[in-house]
Unconditional design. Structure first.
Length: 446
């Protein structure tokens, strides 16, 4: 199975790449009635999370970053395949006692971890009612709380974010909510960062209200598109920390340009060919930015100019490739479903400079969906300016902070999460800084 992070137009909007999509799971309250789903603890303290995956399969994850897909056999047993590949990895699971809160993984028993769960409805911008959930470790102790800020996905976060179990299993609370137009929340789906930032602030305040004295610290974790929104929310109401995972410190337009250039370079094309590809991408971006109302004459002209050149077949980008096969009439019609209020020219740097809370930026060096080179450079600039920002760059990590291999067809296939990635988020939520090492990451501290 090819990693879903590399699919289609939604890859542009970073829908399948936010930590929300990479960490697909079921709701913390197990409302799906799949008794397999949950976070489990072994007798030695190790934690494993089991989440619903595609079809009748389940995904398991551990804090060390290992993960796989569980497939049911005819005899009722379950065997695992490595990461997002289809290769057996030798792991086995038994769910025969999951209704009693117990599973076996590789012959070792693990018991489901229970949490204090509060479902709620709160008001976002304009009075839109949003469905949320606070998931806290059992007990009365004060703990840090992480508000999970959406990427661009369209599914329910309450049904698809396994961080709502993974973090509470390690004594860090989580508030998860369905953004407007998704799941059980009202409103129309949008990618307007301004609106979504106000909704994130409302979510943070609702989490604090419910948690009361149990809230020791509170902040945001935003993956992918959430990397634009979480810092913006942090400038509108005080928080203690912001964690951005595989996000961008450049505009949406710049992101597509950078992806086109990077992909063409990796395929061995010359700078002249890359410049031509960027010319086509620029014309496609103009059509998208206009909400499919203008720019077609220029787009048609550059396509006609270059479509017979050898490099043209390798032109991709986050969304440019989606438009290439279609006529103006087809694009005008298809484009109606992609008018989301996206702020294509939003420059995040003034916002990042205005954030007073400690920021942690976690980036993958080999990210194709959100190329990290320019973003890393800009984050280092903020650190040099004395801002309370930490940068962690993971080598050989893809969008979603997954390590990968290259399949025979040239596609990347993810095998696991980068070691140290999950623990890094935990530590920053707890104390607002990193200490020691986290896998092979290279860390630049404030």
């Amino acid at each position: 199975m090819i990693h879903p992070l590399s699919r289609g137009l939604i890859a542009w909007s970073l829908a399948l790449v936010s930590i929300s999509a990479v960490l697909a799971s079921s709701v913390a309250s197990n409302a799906s009635n799949d008794c397999q789903i949950g976070a489990y603890r072994f007798s030695d303290g190790e934690i494993i999370d089991v989440a619903r995956s595609e079809g009748d399969t389940f995904r398991w994850r551990k804090f060390d970053g290992t993960t796989g897909i569980l497939h049911k056999k005819d005899d009722g047993s379950w065997t695992s395949t490595l990461g997002w590949t289809d290769r057996p990895d030798g792991h086995t699971t038994s769910f025969s006692r999951c209704a009693n809160g117990e599973i076996e993984f590789d012959g070792k028993k693990a018991h489901r971890i229970t949490f204090d769960v509060t479902d709620t409805v709160f008001e976002g911008r304009g009075g839109i009612k949003l469905a949320g959930r606070l998931v806290m470790p059992k007990g009365e102790n004060s703990v840090p709380i992480v508000v999970l800020v959406h990427g661009a996905e369209r599914e329910s976060a309450r049904e698809s974010y396994s961080l709502q179990r993974l973090l509470p299993a390690e004594n860090v609370g989580v508030f998860v909510y369905d953004k407007r137009g998704t799941g059980s929340s009202e409103g129309k789906y949008t990618q307007d960062f301004d609106t979504l930032a106000d909704d994130a602030v409302a979510a943070m305040r609702e989490a604090k209200r419910i948690a009361g004295t149990r809230c020791a610290r509170i902040g945001y974790q935003g993956g992918s598109q959430g990397g634009w929104i979480a810092p913006l929310a942090a400038t509108r109401a005080p928080v203690d920390f912001v964690v951005v995972c595989f996000g961008l410190a450049v505009s949406v337009i710049d992101e597509d340009q950078q992806e086109v250039a990077l992909e063409m370079r990796l395929k061995g094309h010359t700078q002249e060919e890359i410049s031509k590809a960027l010319e086509v991408a620029s014309a496609a971006e103009a059509v998208f930015e206009s909400s499919f109302t203008k720019g077609f004459e220029r787009f048609d002209a550059v396509r006609a100019k270059y479509r017979n050149e050898a490099w043209y077949k390798d032109l991709h980008g986050n969304y440019t490739h989606f438009f290439l096969p279609y006529t103006e009439a087809e694009l005008r019609e298809k484009g109606k479903e992609f008018v989301w209020g996206t702020p294509f020219r939003y420059d995040p740097m003034p916002t990042l400079r205005a954030v007073k809370a400690s920021q942690l930026w976690i980036l993958g060096e080999d990210d194709l969906e959100a190329p990290s080179a320019e973003t890393s450079r800009r984050i280092k600039t903020l650190i040099a300016e004395g801002k309370p920002v930490t940068l962690a760059l993971f080598p050989h990590a893809e969008h979603g902070m997954t390590e990968y291999e290259v399949a025979s067809n040239g596609e990347r296939v993810s095998t696991r999460y980068a070691p140290g990635y999950f623990n890094m988020m935990l530590d920053f939520a707890r104390v607002g800084r990193l200490s020691g090492s986290y896998g092979s990451s290279v860390i630049v501290r404030p």
